[in-house]
Write a protein that binds this ligand. Structure first.
Ligand code: PGA
Length: 250
């Protein structure tokens, strides 16, 4: 399979100074990370800074959320067209924190996914089960259900321009990582589910693992057959650790 993707979700962290330091570190180290697509997801106020600092590097920019509507009376929202003006090419949709803290449901997630593709940007569709769902043996049905909700609206062929991130909720920000075999089992089921509807797209679909990925855990995770990179939170806030995860994906 072609290049891996290593994406850094900064969440609601950083400051102008911290962003300057992080971007500078990434700029210095990016050339050493070859054949891996690196993407950063800064908070909106730092997009201009990211665009300026990362121009001339191979690091791509994404946003953590977006409004599905085009423009108008949506107080507090940010549109895809606005993001695009800052060089953004990826959009996280359905992150579990958006689902849990902001009550985003499958319909809203699907609307954001479709809107993102309409402007030729790439959605990274996040899916994952809670600990309770895992303990009840519902992991595969929850995850494939979240994907099917998008397929019902966007169709299976839409995965030609999308990425999926499997992020078990119990592993996000907890220091707990799914074992490589636990992750591979779910990634395989995700690819099989997409293949049952869109076989061609399923082969080339990138499926990232997320949930407390560190430089130490990345290599073994990325060695799994159906893991095509990572969506990294905490460890993406330091240039050294994020670049080390990029190196592990080579
Ligand atoms: P984490 O976050 O690496 O800090 O667990 C991952 C994510 O939520 O995308």
């Amino acid at each position: 399979m072609a290049h891996m993707i290593v994406a850094g979700n900064w969440k609601m962290n950083a400051s102008k100074d911290a962003v300057a330091e992080l971007l500078n570190g990434l700029k210095q180290g990016a050339a050493a990370v070859k054949n891996v697509k690196m993407v950063v997801f800064p908070p909106f106020p730092y997009l201009a800074q990211a665009q300026l600092e990362l121009s001339g590097t191979d690091i791509h920019i994404g946003v953590q959320n977006v409004c599905a509507a085009g423009e108008g009376a949506y107080t507090g929202e940010v549109s895809l067209a606005m993001a695009k003006e800052f060089g953004v090419s990826y959009v996280l949709v359905g992150h579990s924190e958006r689902r849990a803290l902001y009550a985003e449901d499958d319909a809203q997630v699907a609307a954001k996914y479709v809107a993102t593709q309409l402007v030729h940007m790439t959605p990274i569709l996040c899916v994952g089960e809670t600990l309770e769902q895992r303990e009840k043996g519902q992991t595969l049905s929850v995850v494939t259900g979240q994907i099917q909700a998008v397929i019902n609206v966007a169709g299976g062929a839409s995965f030609a321009n999308a990425v999926i991130a499997y992020e078990p909720v119990w592993a996000i920000g907890t220091g707990l990582t799914a074992s490589p075999s636990q992750a591979q089992e779910v990634h395989h089921a995700i690819r099989a589910h997409v293949a049952s509807i869109a076989p061609k797209q399923a082969c080339s679909l990138k499926i990232l693992y997320g949930g407390s990925v560190t430089a130490a855990s990345a290599e073994e995770l990325f060695a799994q057959a159906d893991i095509d990179g990572g969506l990294v939170g905490g460890a993406s806030l330091q240039a050294d650790s994020f670049l080390a995860i990029g190196q592990a994906a080579k």
